[in-house]
Design a binder for this molecule. Sequence first.
Ligand code: HEC
Length: 125
Amino acid sequence: MIRMANLIAIFALASSAAHAQQDSVAIGKKLTTNNCAVCHTFGKGEPNGQGPNLFGIVGKPMASEPGFKYSAGMKASASGKVWDDKLLDAWLTDTQAVAPGNAMTYFEGDEARRQKIIAYLRTLH
Ligand code: HEC
């Protein structure tokens, strides 16, 4: 038989997990604003900057933002690739390993920070 105290403990655990997820997204948003917004926009329909607009990037084919002039290296590697968590993680770790010759001069070496950035990117739909 499940006692009331156990139920309360289970509920507290589930709710703290939900809060941790919200915290990751909030921290990810801050990291993204501080580290990516100099080159990228994130809102729906916002103009491209030095890099393409990233609204809806998770689930989107690589190098497919209309009106953005991708580098030859980026276009050469894009065929059949769709941005998911794993590909974004590889990209933010070392863009040149994903698309040799691409023009994004930024990387994030800290895995926990990458995961928070990706958690935020997932919310942009
Ligand atoms: C110094 C400018 C700069 C910074 C900072 C930067 N990017 Fe980029 N990013 C670019 C450029 C330029 C491209 C296009 C690369 C190409 O065409 O070779 C790009 C491309 C991308 C793409 C591929 C988009 C597509 O349409 O396929 C993703 C995803 C991305 N950046 C994410 C990020 C994230 C997340 C950050 C911050 C953690 C970031 N970038 C920081 C310049 C930047």
